[in-house]
Design a protein around this ligand. Structure first.
Ligand SMILES: NC(=O)c1ccc[n+]([C@@H]2O[C@H](COP(=O)([O-])OP(=O)(O)OC[C@H]3O[C@@H](n4cnc5c(N)ncnc54)[C@H](O)[C@@H]3O)[C@@H](O)[C@H]2O)c1
Length: 424
């Protein structure tokens, strides 16, 4: 098969690699020429994708006329020979927190100009139910071809979880919903090449909503445990002890841990795609809004805890040196999109805090004018050290023994007893 992938980011690049490694010819298209150049040089820019794996399929052999298995391009014409094209472009929120489908519309418009009979188009970008049929289909039909008859159209949500190694593209079941039965079957055949288990649903809408249900489930549960952590603070009960004890129940409970708030490209954004769609139908998704409110307030709660921790040792935030450990949105990755650490930094600076950070995955925070500092010397220099992301590379026992005061938002210091240690 010849497979095209539009948008070679966290989702598209591992997917393109999986098809190429399976022996298929892949055309990877991105609007960003820097990414295309990096791929042609066999260099990965995504932590979960090893440069060696990429170089094996994407690097052009010198002196060879043969294109690499994964040919990177910025030209939509290069997709015209593909049997299937998968769209993995971003679906962010606008400033007014409404769906911004600009990237999808732009890529679909360009694709409609090169679409040809018999092709399968699959959308993977997370979006509200109805997008494939109401927004993508009319643009693709501007080609003069009819969906379901001349070309095939499906939605298949991406379930990638950056940093996770126990489940891969192959072992994570893939949901597909086509416009017609034939569309679903064609999409199932495509993904069957790289996934062991393909789950068919009756159309694009259930497939679109499946992804949102998964993410909203996480968002609501994280908000619930964060609220519980605030209550535990009032009651003087250790939330981590409670979560750990509850997690021993072998049925009917799923563990979620409190923390400084949600980040990444999915959880803080996707639920609002559904809230928007619901409003169109005079329906208000109260769980989504409430969870969003609690989770978005969590960084402010963390700053309140910073103030209180310093107050205990008779110091103001103003002028104090505060060292954050970890600024990416989750452990083991360098992705800072929507990371709560960024808001904690801004809010702490607003009240005069002198903020520094250490993160083995994030060398610099350009927009905040900060660079990751080395731990040596900096731990002891800080008035307060805050654990914001639970990166496994950091030795937390050392942190507690060297620091004047530690505030742990992630529970990584559980099991350590020390007078200079406070947990969320
Ligand atoms: N990152 C995740 O963990 C994750 C997981 C599941 C689903 N998703 C969803 O997948 C989609 C993509 O997310 P991502 O994290 O891979 O985003 P990303 O920003 O990492 O990658 C998207 C790529 O698309 C390219 N692009 C944008 N507009 C384009 C256009 N018109 N033509 C060609 N290329 C274009 C960008 O240059 C970028 O390289 C989003 O809808 C997201 O919600 C992401």
């Amino acid at each position: 098969m010849k497979v095209g992938v539009i948008g070679l980011g966290y989702v598209g690049l591992p997917l393109a690699l999986a098809f190429a490694e399976q022996g298929h010819e892949v055309v990877g298209l991105d609007a960003d020429t820097r990414k295309v150049d990096a791929l042609r040089a066999g260099e990965s820019y995504i932590e979960d994708v090893a440069s060696e794996s990429l170089a094996a399929v994407a690097k052009a052999e010198s002196g060879s006329e043969r294109p690499p298995k994964l040919a990177a391009t910025t030209h939509y014409e290069d997709l015209s020979e593909c049997d299937a094209v998968i769209i993995c472009v971003p679906t962010p929120l606008s400033d007014a927190r409404e769906p911004d489908l600009t990237h999808m519309i732009d890529s679909a418009t360009a694709l409609s100009r090169v679409l040809r009979r018999g092709q399968l188009i699959s959308l993977e970008s997370t979006t509200y139910p109805g997008t494939t049929r109401e927004r993508l289909l009319p643009i693709l039909e501007e080609s003069g071809l009819a969906a379901g008859r001349d070309f095939y159209l499906a939605f298949s949500p991406e379930r990638i979880d950056p940093g996770r190694t126990d489940y891969t593209v192959r072992t994570t079941p893939k949901v597909v919903g086509g416009l017609t039965d034939e569309c679903t079957e064609r999409a199932a055949k495509l993904y069957g090449e790289i996934c062991d288990n393909v789950v068919r649903v009756s159309g694009p809408e259930p497939a679109e909503l499946t992804k949102l249900l998964e993410n909203i489930f996480r968002s609501v549960n994280i908000a619930m445990v964060n609220e519980m952590a605030m209550l535990c603070d009032r009651l003087g009960i250790d939330i981590w002890e409670v979560v750990e004890a509850a997690a021993t129940k072998p049925f009917g409970f799923m563990r979620f841990d409190p923390g400084p708030g949600m980040g990444g490209h999915c959880l803080p954004i996707d639920p609002f795609y559904l809230a928007y769609k619901a409003r169109e139908h005079d329906f208000y998704t109260e769980f989504i809004e409430l969870a969003g409110k609690v989770n978005q307030n969590q960084p402010a709660w963390c700053v309140h805890r910073i103030e209180r921790a310093l107050n205990q040792v008779a110091k103001p935030v103003n002028g104090s040196r505060i060292l954050l450990l970890g600024v990416s949105y989750k452990a083991g990755v360098g992705d800072i999109r929507e990371s709560p650490a960024l808001r904690i930094i801004r809010l702490t600076r607003e009240i005069g805090g002198d903020v520094a950070y250490h993160d083995p995955h994030v060398p610099e925070l350009g927009e905040l004018g900060l660079e990751s500092v080395a731990l040596d010397g900096e731990i002891a220099r800080a008035d307060l050290v805050c654990v914001v992301t639970a990166h496994p590379e950091i030795d937390y026992e050392r942190v507690v023994s060297e620091a004047e005061l530690v505030l742990d938002f992630r529970g990584v210091t559980r099991g350590i007893e020390a007078g200079n240690l406070v947990r969320l």
